[in-house]
Write a protein that binds this ligand. Structure first.
Ligand SMILES: *Cc1c(COP(=O)(O)O)cnc(C)c1O
Length: 373
C-alpha cells in the first residue's frame, strides 16, 4: 500500500537529540528551542516566534492574548480543523462560520463583512493547503472594524502572499509541526507575533503564567505568578528534531513542490478531475495535492478504486458547522453555497518527502478516468 503520508526524516535528527540529551537540559527553552526561534524569526520576518507543543496550543494562546470573553464572536471558515474553533470556544466565544471560495477552499473574503456585529473580535483566516487567503482584503476589513486577525497557518510554513510569509501578516499567526505537515517534530507548533504589544504577555502565558523567561534573561531576580497561563512550551528533544528539519528545509520544500507540480502537469488534461487553483499573489508550499470530482458518490468510487490499487487517499474536513459541537458552539452566517458541496468532492493524494511511486499513482488515475468517461 502506498501510504498517504510519511513523516520526513532529514538525517541529523538523532544526532541533535543525542546532543540535547548530553547537554543535560531536556525541558523547554534550551539550545535547540533557541535555535528554532532564531531560525523562525530570521526566515519568516516575524517580530517574535515561540515554539509551542502544537498549533492547537498556539491557537489557544492567541485566544488568551486577545482576552476573548464569553459571548465574543470569532469569524472563520467552517472548512477547517477543529482546533481553529476550539481555541476560542474554550474561552466562551461563539464561532461564526462563513462560506469558502470554491477555487481555493479558503474563507470567502467577500462574505466576511456581512458576518460582523458589535460582538465580533477576531477574524481567523485558514490558509488551506498552504495557499494564502486574500489577506489584503481581510486586513483592510479588520482595520476598518478594529478587529484582530489570527492566521491559522498550520499548513503554511514557507508559503507566501505577495512575498510575505504566511503567519506574518495578521496580528498573530500559528504553525503546526505535526507529523502530517511539511516540516515536523511529531507534535509541535509555533506562535508568531507580528504585533509587538503581545510579546511580553505571550512569554508569560506560555510559561504557566510566570515571568520565568525574564528571570532566565536576568531581567528580574525572581520569577512569580503574573497572569493566566499554561504549559505551552515543548521539550528540547522535540525542538532538536525540528531544528534538523529547519536546517535542511530547502530540500524538503523543493521536493514537495516538485511532486505537487508533477501531479498537476500529469493530471491537468483529465477532464473528470478539477485541480487546485493558485492565485497570482500566492506562492504555495505543496502541502496538499487534491482533486475534485463530480460529487460524493464519484469520490467514494475513486477512493475505492485507489484502495483496490493499493493507493491510500483521504478526504478532508467534515465542515464544522454540521458537526455536533459546531451546532452547539457556532452558527453559519450567510449561505452555505460551497462549504458542504465542495468538501464532499475533494480527495487528497499521497504527497510526502521520498514518495517514489508517483508514476504508478498517475497510471492508476489515468486508468480510472478511461474506465469512467
Ligand atoms: C494541523 C492543523 C491544526 C492543528 O495542528 P496541531 O499541531 O496538530 O495542533 C490546526 N489548524 C489547521 C488548519 C491544521 O491543518
Amino acid at each position: 500500500m502506498i501510504p498517504f503520508n510519511k513523516p520526513p526524516v532529514i538525517g541529523r535528527e538523532i544526532e541533535y537529540i543525542q546532543d540535547a540529551i548530553e547537554n543535560g537540559h531536556l525541558c523547554g527553552d534550551g539550545k535547540y528551542t533557541r535555535l528554532c526561534h532564531e531560525w523562525l524569526e530570521k526566515n519568516t520576518g516575524a517580530k517574535k516566534a515561540l515554539l509551542t507543543t502544537s498549533c492547537t496550543h498556539a491557537l489557544e494562546m492567541t485566544a488568551l492574548l486577545l482576552n476573548i470573553q464569553p459571548g465574543d464572536e470569532v469569524i472563520m471558515p467552517s472548512y477547517t480543523f477543529v482546533s481553529t474553533a476550539n481555541a476560542f470556544v474554550l474561552r466562551g466565544a461563539k464561532i461564526i462560520f462563513v462560506d469558502i471560495r470554491p477555487d481555493t477552499m479558503n474563507i470567502d473574503e467577500t462574505k466576511i463583512e456581512a458576518a460582523i456585529t458589535s460582538k465580533t473580535k477576531v477574524i481567523v483566516p485558514v490558509h488551506y493547503a498552504g495557499v494564502a487567503c486574500e489577506m489584503d482584503t481581510i486586513m483592510e476589513i479588520a482595520d476598518r472594524y478594529n478587529l484582530f486577525v489570527v492566521e491559522d497557518a498550520a499548513q503554511g510554513l514557507m508559503a507566501k502572499y505577495k512575498g510575505k510569509m504566511l503567519g506574518t501578516i495578521g496580528h498573530l499567526g500559528t504553525y503546526s509541526f505535526h507529523e502530517t505537515k511539511n516540516f515536523v517534530s511529531g507534535e509541535g507548533g509555533a506562535l508568531l507575533i507580528n504585533d509587538k504589544r503581545f510579546i511580553e504577555r505571550a512569554e508569560i502565558i506560555r510559561e504557566k503564567g510566570t515571568n520565568r523567561s525574564q528571570f532566565f534573561r536576568g531581567q528580574v531576580d525572581k520569577y512569580s505568578w503574573q497572569d493566566v497561563g499554561s504549559s505551552y512550551l515543548p521539550n528540547e528533544l522535540t525542538a532538536a528534531y525540528l531544528f534538523a528539519q529547519f536546517e535542511n528545509i530547502q530540500m524538503l520544500h523543493k521536493e514537495r513542490l516538485e511532486i505537487w507540480t508533477s501531479y498537476y502537469e500529469e493530471l491537468k488534461n483529465i477532464k473528470q478531475f478539477e485541480l487546485p487553483f493558485i492565485p497570482n499573489e500566492c506562492e504555495h508550499n505543496g502541502h496538499i495535492f487534491y482533486l475534485k470530482v463530480r460529487d460524493l458518490e464519484e469520490r467514494t468510487k475513486l477512493m475505492n478504486y485507489l484502495k483496490q490499487n493499493e493507493i491510500q487517499s483521504t478526504f478532508h474536513y467534515v465542515p464544522l458547522h454540521s458537526a455536533n459541537a459546531g451546532l452547539k458552539y457556532g452558527i453559519f452566517r450567510g449561505e452555505d453555497n460551497f462549504t458542504s458541496s465542495e468538501s464532499e468532492r475533494l480527495v487528497r493524494l499521497p504527497l510526502y518527502f521520498g514518495l517514489s511511486e508517483f508514476k504508478n499513482i498517475i497510471k492508476v488515475l489515468e486508468k480510472y478516468s478511461n474506465e469512467n468517461q
